[in-house]
Write a protein that binds this ligand. Structure first.
Ligand code: TTP
Length: 696
C-alpha cells in the first residue's frame, strides 16, 4: 500500500522546548544560594533519604542520577544539596512547579501556536511567524546573527574546528540555501530569542529542538542540554534516524519497541526501512504499521495543538512497602485527601478558565497477599464527575468498593476491615478528565458550583494554583514531567525499589511517593495511559476517552499494538465499535454529571458507560422551561433553577451521524421540543442501543 508523504511535511517549522532540570531550577530560583551548587530535588519520604526526582547539571557531573536515593546521592556527591518537594496534605505539592511552568508557557506562546505537552515542555508551531520573517527580513539579509542562535547545533553541518561558530553563522546567512533550511534558520532565530526572553523574565534556562515536525523537534531538544538548541535540517534526517536506537523514539520505549527488537530484529529506527509498509501493517495493524513506516522516514504529520491548559487534573499517592493500606478506612482517609486536592483544582479551573471536567477516574494498585501475580490486575474505574467535594469523595469511595469487589471478590470485601490482610493497596489516585469549556449561556452553573463548594478565590489568595498545567496521576503512580510520551518509555527512567503503581513494570518509572503524573498528552489522553498499563482497560477507555484521544495516531498505534499482541479479536472489535461511537457517547457523558441521581451512579460506572443515556432520556421526559432546549437536563434535586442547558445549536450534528439510522431519527426527534415528550422514553430503542454497545 503506497504511503504518501504529507504534502506540508517539510514546510512547517516546529520547535520543542524543554526546561532544563526543571524542578531544580525552580528550587534554585527560590533559593538563589543554591545556584552553581550540586542540587537535587528529593521526594519527601525519609526512607534512605528519599527518592531523587530531579538532578541539577552540577550534580550530574558527579554521577548523581535520578535512580538514586538521597543517601546514595550524598555518598556520590557529599556536597549535594537535597531540596525537598513541598508537602501538602501529607503528599507532594507540585503547584509551585506547575505555576512556574505556566510562566514559561505564557512567554513561549507569544510567537506561534503553543501546545503545553507537560509541566516543563512545550511544542510551538512557528510556521507563520517564520514565513512572515522570510518575507520581511530573511536571515541572509541580517547584519548580525544573535549569539544565542550562533550557538545552535545544526545536525549534519560539518564544523571546521575553531571556526565552528563561523560555520553556523554562514549556515544562517546562506542566500542559496534550500527553502526548507531557510525556514529552519528563521525558526532557530525566533527560538533563540524566545529562550532568552524566558531566561530574562523567569531566570529559567531551556533547551530546544527545531525541525519540520514534532517528532524530530522532540528528538533534537534533548540532544544538547542544558541551555542549547539543535536544528534538524531535512537533509540530516536519514542519517539521524539510521543509528538512533529504536527505544529512544517517542512511543517506542515500551512494549512496541521491545516487540520490534524481539520479533523483527529492529534495533535502530533505520532498521525499520527494510520492511515494507504491508509487512509492518501485517505485524502491528494498519495504523501502527503505517506510523512505523513513516517514522522510519522521519515523517510525522501530527499537528501542534493549541493548548495552554491541562487536559486533566489528578492527585495520587503511593504507599510502598510497609506503608501499604490494608483497611478500607485507611483507603477512605487517603481517598478523601486526594479528592480534596482534586476538588480545589477543579474549582480553580472552573473559576479561572470556565471549564468543567466530566469524567472521574480512580486508579489504584494493589496486591493480594500470597498471590504474586495479583499486583498487576487492579482495574481502574470511571464514572461521570459530580461537582462538590462530598460527592466526589462519595464517588471515589464507591468506585473503590466496586474495584475491590472485582479484585478480591464479594466475600472478602464484606470483611470490611480486611482482617485477614488479604489485600493491600500500594497506590491510589483520582483524576478528572474530559474537560470542556462551559457552553455559552450556561454561566448559572458557576453559581451552583460555588454554592456547593468552598470558593476558589480563597484558594487563589493563598496560592495561585489556578493557571496550572495538567497534573494528573496516571495509573502508574509515577511522577512524570513528561506525560504520555515518556510514560510509555522513550527514556529509561529510574526504577523505584518500592512497589510501583505501574502494573506492567514496563521500564517506565519511578515514583515513589511522588503523587502526580503529568498528563498533558499531546496525543495520548489519560485513557490511553489506562489502556496501556492496565489489564482491564476497555471500560475506562470507552468512558473517558475523548474523540481526539481516540483518533490520534499514537493512541491508535497503541491500540493496534495491544490488539495484535494482547487482546482477543473480540475485544478489538469492541474497541473499533466503541471508537465509532465516541462522540455521541461523549456528548451524552457530557450530560451525565448533572443528570444522575446518586443511587444510580455506581451502576453506571460498574455496568455501563452508556446507561447514562437511559437516565438522560428519562430526565428529558420532564417538561422543559426556559428559552433554550436542554438536552442535558439536570436532576431537579441537583440543580433546581440553576439548570445547565445546551442550546440546540451548540450540539454538533455530526455526532448523530454515528448512530444507526433508527436511533438517529429518534434522537433528532428528541432534540425537537415539541416532539420530545412523545418520542423519548425509558425502554426506547436508543436506550437499548447504548446498553447493547456496552454489553457487547
Ligand atoms: P524531565 O524533563 O524528564 O527532566 P528534567 O527537567 O529534570 O531534566 P532534563 O534537563 O534532563 O530535561 O522532568 C521534568 C521535571 O519533572 C523534573 O525536573 C522533575 C519531574 N519528574 C519527576 O518528578 N519524576 C520523574 O520521574 C521525572 C522523569 C520527572
Amino acid at each position: 500500500m503506497p504511503v504518501a508523504r504529507p504534502e506540508s511535511s517539510d514546510s512547517r517549522v516546529i520547535a520543542h522546548i524543554d526546561m532544563d532540570c526543571f524542578y531544580v531550577q525552580v528550587e534554585q530560583r527560590k533559593q538563589p544560594t543554591l545556584r552553581g551548587h550540586p542540587t537535587a530535588v528529593v521526594q519527601y519520604n525519609s526512607w534512605k533519604g528519599g527518592a531523587l526526582i530531579a538532578v541539577g547539571y552540577e550534580a550530574r557531573k558527579y554521577g548523581v542520577k535520578r535512580s538514586l536515593r538521597g543517601d546514595e546521592a550524598k555518598k556520590v556527591c557529599p556536597d549535594i544539596h537535597l531540596v525537598q518537594v513541598p508537602v501538602a496534605r501529607g503528599k507532594a505539592d507540585l503547584s509551585v512547579y506547575r505555576n512556574a511552568g505556566s510562566e514559561v508557557v505564557s512567554i513561549l506562546s507569544r510567537k506561534g501556536r503553543c501546545e503545553r505537552a507537560s509541566i516543563d515542555e512545550v511544542y510551538l508551531d512557528l510556521t507563520e511567524a517564520v514565513k512572515t520573517m522570510l518575507a520581511e527580513n530573511p536571515p541572509e539579509r541580517l547584519e548580525t546573527i544573535s549569539e544565542e542562535a550562533i550557538k545552535s547545533h545544526v545536525l549534519g553541518l560539518h564544523l571546521d574546528g575553531a571556526k565552528a561558530r563561523d560555520c553556523v553563522r554562514e549556515w544562517f546567512l546562506r542566500s542559496d540555501a534550500d527553502h526548507r533550511d531557510k525556514l529552519l534558520a528563521g525558526g532557530a532565530l525566533i527560538v533563540a530569542e524566545l529562550r532568552l526572553q524566558v531566561l530574562r523574565e523567569t531566570e529559567f534556562t531551556c533547551s530546544a529542538g527545531i525541525a519540520h515536525n514534532k517528532m524530530l523537534a522532540k528528538l533534537a531538544s534533548g540532544m544538547n542540554k542544558p541551555a542549547q538548541q539543535t536544528i534538524v535540517p531535512y537533509s540530516s534526517v536519514k542519517k539521524l534516524l539510521e543509528s538512533l536506537p529504536i527505544k529512544k523514539m517517542k512511543q517506542l520505549g515500551g512494549k512496541l519497541g521491545t516487540s520490534l527488537q524481539a520479533d523483527l530484529g529492529v534495533n535502530t529506527v533505520g532498521d525499520l526501512l527494510q520492511f515494507s509498509v504491508e509487512k509492518l501493517q501485517e505485524c502491528y495493524g494498519i495504523n501502527t504499521g503505517t506510523w512505523l513506516w513513516n517514522i522510519a522516514r522521519g515523517i510525522c504529520g501530527e499537528e501542534v495543538q493549541s493548548r495552554l491548559l491541562p487536559k486533566s487534573h489528578g492527585s495520587g499517592k503511593t504507599f510502598p512497602g510497609p506503608r501499604a493500606l490494608k483497611t478500607v478506612s485507611a483507603v477512605q482517609k487517603w481517598l478523601y485527601e486526594l479528592c480534596e486536592e482534586l476538588n480545589e483544582r477543579l474549582l480553580c479551573d472552573l473559576e479561572q478558565n470556565k471549564r468543567i471536567a466530566r469524567t472521574f477516574t480512580l486508579h489504584a494498585s494493589a496486591y493480594k497477599v500470597n498471590d504474586s501475580e495479583s499486583l498487576k490486575k487492579f482495574p481502574s474505574k470511571s464514572c461521570p464527575l459530580r461537582y462538590g467535594i462530598a460527592k466526589i469523595q462519595e464517588d471515589a469511595l464507591n468506585l473503590f468498593h466496586a474495584v475491590l469487589r472485582e479484585y478480591v471478590g464479594i466475600y472478602h470485601v464484606r470483611t470490611k476491615e480486611n482482617k485477614h490482610h488479604e489485600w493491600a493497596i500500594t497506590g491510589l489516585s483520582v483524576s478528572a478528565s474530559n474537560i470542556v469549556v462551559i457552553p455559552s449561556g450556561t454561566h448559572s452553573i458557576m453559581k451552583y458550583f460555588h454554592n456547593q463548594n468552598q470558593s476558589c478565590t480563597s484558594i487563589n489568595k493563598s496560592n495561585d494554583i489556578c493557571n496550572q498545567d495538567t497534573a494528573s496521576l496516571s495509573s502508574s503512580g509515577l511522577l512524570l514531567a513528561d506525560p504520555q510520551i515518556e510514560t510509555y518509555g522513550d527514556e529509561a527512567r529510574a526504577k523505584d525499589d518500592m512497589p510501583s503503581l505501574s502494573p506492567d513494570g514496563d521500564g517506565t518509572e519511578v515514583c515513589k511517593d511522588v503523587p502526580v503524573v503529568m498528563q498533558f498528552a499531546d496525543n495520548l489522553g489519560p485513557t490511553s495511559i489506562e489502556t496501556e498499563q492496565h489489564g482491564s482497560m476497555e471500560e475506562s477507555f470507552s468512558y473517558s476517552g475523548s474523540e481526539n484521544d481516540l483518533g490520534s495516531k499514537p493512541t491508535q498505534s497503541k491500540m493496534d499494538f495491544l490488539g495484535t499482541g494482547l487482546k482477543s479479536e473480540k475485544q478489538k472489535r469492541k474497541f473499533e465499535k466503541e471508537k465509532g461511537n465516541t462522540s455521541i457517547l461523549r456528548f451524552f457523558h457530557g450530560c451525565d454529571p448533572c443528570s444522575f441521581p446518586e443511587n444510580a451512579r455506581l451502576k453506571t460506572f460498574e455496568e455501563s458507560g452508556a446507561s447514562s443515556s437511559g437516565k438522560l432520556i428519562q430526565e428529558n421526559q420532564q417538561p422543559m422551561t426556559g428559552p433554550t432546549l436542554s438536552t442535558c437536563n439536570m436532576g431537579q434535586d441537583d440543580f433546581r433553577s440553576d439548570a445547565w442547558r445546551y442550546k440546540t445549536d451548540e450540539i454538533d450534528p455530526t455526532v448523530l451521524n454515528e448512530l444507526p439510522p433508527e436511533i438517529q431519527a429518534e434522537v433528532r426527534a428528541w432534540l425537537q421540543p415539541q416532539k420530545r415528550a412523545n418520542t423519548v422514553k425509558r425502554g426506547s430503542s436508543i436506550f437499548h442501543y447504548f446498553s447493547r454497545t456496552t454489553d457487547s
